[in-house]
Structure formats: structure tokens, C-alpha cells
Design a protein around this ligand. Structure first.
Ligand SMILES: C[S@@+](CC[C@H](N)C(=O)[O-])C[C@H]1O[C@@H](n2cnc3c(N)ncnc32)[C@H](O)[C@@H]1O
Length: 214
């Protein structure tokens, strides 16, 4: 069994977008995309951990520009091959925890990466996210709620409270993947500690935290 998160996503890249085909989640996904298009209208955005560009394609039509980053070339290759009619998207390979990006943006979008950050690295993660955004800017984090019957069951929880799932890829390989499911109260507490004004939207399958720098 493998437990390297970055390698897991490199290996999963080709099959990643199956997660966006789950029929029961379509309404939430459409609603989330509409909220993001509104919040980031005309903004110069940084999208971190962009994966295959599923959200990039939905952010780009209303954003002024999008710089989309991911640590995995296999993900970026798929994202780059998509069509962005506005010509306002740039992709860069970057690791959130060892970043080479030192410019600032009007907004930051982080889709489905919060759940993969260890609890004791959340403050470091948020400090870095805040460094990328101008005063007055907006950060949006989205991720999954645990929904029995739709979510992969938890395999175990460690002594620090991080939870893990056992996931299988099409080649039969098994991966132990960190996947935390924060409550809205926990999200609010952590984000407010970083000085952010926070609104949390609870969709059926997903949460969205829209955060403004005061
Ligand atoms: C669950 S996927 C989310 C992809 C995309 N945001 C989406 O919502 O479809 C998590 C992504 O995080 C990337 N990732 C994992 N660790 C990272 C790190 N340290 N820095 C940057 N990207 C990372 C993976 O390569 C993967 O593409």
C-alpha cells in the first residue's frame, strides 16, 4: 500500500475527472461554479492545486486572469490541453509548501486541497495562501463533506485527528490518502484566527468558505 499523496495524484491524473461525473453531485457542482464565477468576476486569480483544470475552465470565463498551479506535471498536462477561449490562463508547476510564486493576486481559489493538509500544517498552509493575496482580496476554499454512501469510508484516524481513506486506482494499486472532513465550526475558527472575514456555504456534498481579508 502506498501513502505518498503527490505520487497518488500523479498516478490518478488520467482517471481523476471521474469524480465530477457522480450524478448525485451535479447540482452542487453547478451551484459552486456559479458562486465562484460571481465572487471572482474581473479578478486576477491564483488557483492552487488546480489538478486537471476542471475549475480553471469554469473560473476563466469571468475572471480577468488565472494563474493555475499544481505540483504534478501529469495533472498540468491534462489542464493545459483544455481550451480557454479568453486566452487568460497560465499554468505553472508549483508546490504550495515550497513555492516559487512570490507575486500577489486579487483572489485565490483552492479546490479540494484543504482536506489533504495535515491538521498541524494548516496554519502554515493558510499563512502561505494569505501571502499570495492583496489586502482587500478574497480567498475561496472548497472541499467535501463526508456523505455516507457517496464518500469513500474512513480507513482510520491518527492520534492528531487526521483521517485517512484507502483508495484504489484503475491499475489495482492501493493508496492510503489523507482526507480530513472539517466541520463548518472548525473552518470558521481556523480562518478567523488568521484575521479573515468568513462566510461558509453548506451544499449537500461540499462546503465552500469565502474569506475576505479585512
Ligand atoms: C483533489 S485534487 C484537486 C484538483 C482540483 N483543484 C480540483 O478541484 O479538481 C488535489 C490536487 O492537489 C495537488 N497537490 C497535492 N499536493 C500538492 C502540493 N504540495 N502543492 C501543489 N499541489 C499539490 C495534486 O497534484 C492534485 O492535483
Amino acid at each position: 500500500m502506498k501513502n505518498d499523496l503527490i505520487q497518488y495524484y500523479a498516478d490518478r491524473a488520467a482517471e481523476y475527472e471521474q469524480v465530477y461525473a457522480k450524478p448525485e453531485r451535479q447540482q452542487d457542482l453547478q451551484r459552486m461554479a456559479a458562486i465562484l464565477q460571481d465572487v471572482f468576476h474581473n479578478k486576477n486569480l491564483l488557483e492552487i492545486a488546480c489538478g486537471t483544470g476542471w475549475f480553471t475552465q469554469r473560473l476563466a470565463p469571468t475572471a480577468a486572469s488565472v494563474v493555475a498551479t499544481d505540483v504534478n506535471e501529469a495533472m498540468l498536462e491534462i489542464a493545459r490541453a483544455k481550451i480557454y477561449p479568453g486566452g487568460n490562463v497560465q499554468f505553472r508547476r508549483d508546490d504550495i509548501f515550497q513555492t516559487n510564486i512570490d507575486n500577489r493576486f486579487d483572489g485565490l481559489f483552492a479546490g479540494f486541497i484543504w482536506s489533504h493538509v495535515l491538521l498541524d500544517q494548516l496554519d502554515q498552509f493558510l499563512t502561505q495562501c494569505l501571502q499570495w493575496v492583496e489586502p482587500g482580496g478574497t480567498l475561496v476554499f472548497v472541499d467535501n463533506f463526508f456523505v455516507p454512501g457517496s464518500s469513500t469510508p474512513r480507513h482510520h484516524t491518527d492520534a492528531q485527528g487526521n483521517s485517512y481513506q484507502l483508495r484504489r486506482l484503475a491499475d489495482g494499486s492501493e493508496h492510503l490518502v489523507l482526507k480530513n472532513f472539517p466541520t463548518p465550526a472548525f473552518l470558521r475558527q481556523v480562518l478567523e484566527k488568521h484575521g479573515l472575514e468568513v462566510e461558509i456555504a453548506e451544499l449537500g456534498y461540499y462546503w465552500m468558505a469565502v474569506c475576505r481579508i479585512r
